[in-house]
Structures are given as structure tokens and as C-alpha cells.
Write a protein that binds this ligand. Sequence first.
Ligand code: MSP
Length: 501
Amino acid sequence: MKKTKTIITTPIYYPNAKLHIGHAYTTTLADVLSRFRKLENKQVFFMTGSDEHGQKLSDKAKENNQEVYDYVTDIVKNFKLLWEKLDIEYDVFIRTTDQTHKDNVQKIFQMLFDKNLIYKDYYEGFYCKSDESYFTKTQLEEGNCPICKREVSLFKEESYFLRVKDFKEWITKLLKEEDILFPQFRVNELLGSFIENDLEDLAISRKDFKWGIEIPNDENFVIYVWFDALLNYLSSFAYSSAPFGIESWNEETTEVVQFLGKEIIRFHALYWPIILKNLNYKMPKLLAHGWLIVDGEKMSKSLGNVIDPLEVIEKWGSDTLRFYLLKTVSFGSDGKFSEETLLRDYNGILVNKISNLVNRVFSMNAKYFNSKIPEATITLEETKNTNKNLILIEKKIIDVMENYDFNNYIDLVIKYSEELNGYIDLTTPWKETNEEKLKEIIWFLINKIYSLFVLIKPIMPKASFQVFEALNVQKHSFDNLFIDLKNIEIPKELILFERRK
Ligand code: MSP
């Protein structure tokens, strides 16, 4: 069935430090999909935010001699600044300390408690503060946290639990048969590591500290930060900037897409579906990407290999960073970030294939037609063939993004620019003496440059904006990639990306 609405989420990030390019990668993916769906004339709800409770943040604020809320508020400002600089167009930025969210979490906790999906008992196990995660003894690696390898602490306390064990069969079937988690190999990893070995009910309360949402009618407890955080995806619908209400989640024509990094698959593909099922919400599509690796390691403050996206944007511009992140990481696998490959792709693709194409065509239009786009129709064999190839690529782009194939999308966009460059080489307009033919070539090129920049807009909104300004077109959609621009004056040149050393 054709989808008419799309809900897109990113994980909500911990405000314990500035965000790095790994976080920028997740959010860029989400933004690219959001802009893409809008160009398909779909109604999109794109949410992101900050995950502000939990022991780690409470300890961090103490170290800084600050109230936790003040401490996180400063960092959240930086998140918002980054999203602005990276051209992230979200509808809702949710903070888990917002009253709307707190009320929603308490309401849902109570509902699930009343349904006996949540119960009270004793918990004994290991806790990793850094990942805010519980582990059983067998899950530890050499006695340490299996995710970050840091020390864990043993504790026993009264706790509330979410029933998970009871859903073992259901979740196994769901993951195997319903295609909710992509890439597929992550399904086997999850089934292998957590479900078949030791699926335990999840402790969802904490007693020893206060920085969290109180459990209704039991003020000695706060709700475990992950249970609180996952529910942000539902709370966001109550915000005034939400473009549509929660009832749309279950509509058959609504697509729900959730982006996450591979280390938080267990929460999203195991516990979250159980919560959703019990609240009668349909299953989302979970897209789990790999990590960005710098100097051979996952970025971390202690290794000193953290790359600040704001610095990269300052130096290279947001379009370049967005383009590079999508191009360099093969979705689902880890990808290496380095300034050498960034420079290589910048000069090799953005300058040579894309910016030069635009500038060459604009200058030829100035030279041969006094900057006024000529009027023509398709008659030449070369134009017919190129047009056919380009229309094929346009269709493929729409197809591959039905399956969230970001790498193919970007490759096809590059191929589109190569086709156009090839067309110039083939038709050699600088040698053309027939006025009508020359008109056709330049008219065709300008019109297809327009199409190229509609296709590229989700990835590089700024460059597209510059091209649309130059061509004086305001409205864009994938339904209308060829708009027959003619008889209008456009600039003599347009340099989108300048060569760098
Ligand atoms: N607060 C939780 C998520 C709760 S969602 C209900 C959390 N926050 S986090 O700040 O640690 O961010 C995690 C997300 O950041 C990862 O899932 C991933 O999307 C992104 N990344 C963090 N480090 C990364 C890399 N080195 N590379 C790519 N993405 C990475 O977990």
C-alpha cells in the first residue's frame, strides 16, 4: 500500500558531552530520508531530542558542581546549534525532562502496570553506568561491560520489572519473519546473543538515586532511564509542533522509520517492540547503522579521537559533511572518517563532477545566449539517449529509497551528474555551429541540472537552494522533475564548490 505519512526518529542523545560526527551521521540519515519523503509529497514527522535522566548525567553534573538540569541545558543548546548548522529540519526536539514527556511516561507506566506487564520484585545483577545498562553475569566480558568494557557494579534491590521472558517466542518470530530490523545480519546477532541464551525480564526502576521520573504512587523509585527514553517516541506526538497526532502511527498508510546505532539494537529491537505491542502500536522499521571509526577506533573522549562536527562544518560547509558521511559509510557497517578521503571526495565529486558541471553550463549559456535560457525540444539522438538514461536513474532513485538504500541513492546521483558531463563531451557545444542544435543542448542541460538538484536536495540542501535561486524556481517535487525552464535570464556563473588543497 502506498504510504502517505512518514514518522522518522533518531535516538535521543545523552547530553553529557558535545555531540560528535557519529551522532551527526545518525541525524543526517534521518534528515535525508525526511527531506526525501517530503519531495515525494508525503507528510513527515521528524523527531529528535535529548535523553536527560540517569545516573551518568547526575554524576557528571555533581562533578561540575551544577544542578543536573542546568548542566544538561547548556549541552542541549549545543545540540540544537549543531542541528541548525547541519541543516537538520526536525519538527520536535524532545527533552525527557519536559513535563509533557514525564506525564506521558507515568501514564504509560501505570497502564502497563495495570495490565500486569510490569511487576515488582528483587533485582540482583550488574550495572554499567556509562551505558546505563543492566547485565547478567554471563553477559559480562572478562567481568566488564560488554559494550564499553568499563567496570560494572553489582547490586541487589527491590525493583519493578518489565515482562520480557514471556514474549520470547513472539519476539523471535517477529524478528525472523517480519523484517523489522535492518540490516538482516543484526537479527541473527540479536537472536544469538540475547534471546536464545538468557532472556531476562528487564529491571525498569532505580531506588538509589533521584534524577529520573518518579514511579506513580511509589516515590522511592524512579523509572529506569531506558524505559523513560524509549517512550519519547510516543510523547513527541503531544508537542504542538507535531504535524499530526499519535493516531497516525497505526494507519496502514503511515511508514514508521527509526534510526539507531548498532550498540542500542537490544533496546530498540527487543524491549521496544514488546512495549509497543502491549500498547497496541504497530511495529516500526528499525534501521541500525554501524559506527564511525577514527584512527581505527570508535570515537571516545578518553582516546582523544573525537571529531567535532561543528568544526568540520565551519571548515567544509554542511553540505560537504552531509554528502561525505552518506558516501563514506556503507549503511550498516562501520565507516572510516578521515580528512584525506573527505578532501578526495570533495575535489573528485563535488568540485569536478557537480560544481564544474553547473558552472560550465551557466557560462556557456552566458556566452552563446546572453544568459537567457533558450527554448527547445528534444530532437537530437544524443539528447534522446541521455534523457532516457536520466529518467531511468530518476526512477531507480525513488525505488532504492523505498528500501532505505542510502548508498545506492548517492551513487545514482553521482551517476546522474556523470551522464550530464558525458553528454557535454558527446555533443561538444563549443564546436556546434548549428544554432538550433546548440539551443537544444544548453536548454536540455540547464533543465536536467535543475532535476539533478531536486534529486540531490535531501543530501545537499544548501547547494540545491543556490541552484534554485539562480534558476528562480521555488517549488520542487519528485513528481515534477522536468519543468521546461526557458526564456529566463540566469547568472553568468555559479560556483558551488571551490577546489581545495
Ligand atoms: N540515549 C541513548 C539513546 C536513547 S534512544 C531512546 C543513547 N545516547 S547516545 O548519546 O549514546 O547516542 C547513541 C547514538 O549515537 C547511537 O545509537 C548512534 O546512533 C550514535 N553514535 C554514537 N557514537 C557513534 C559512532 N562512533 N558512530 C556512529 N554513530 C554513533 O545511546
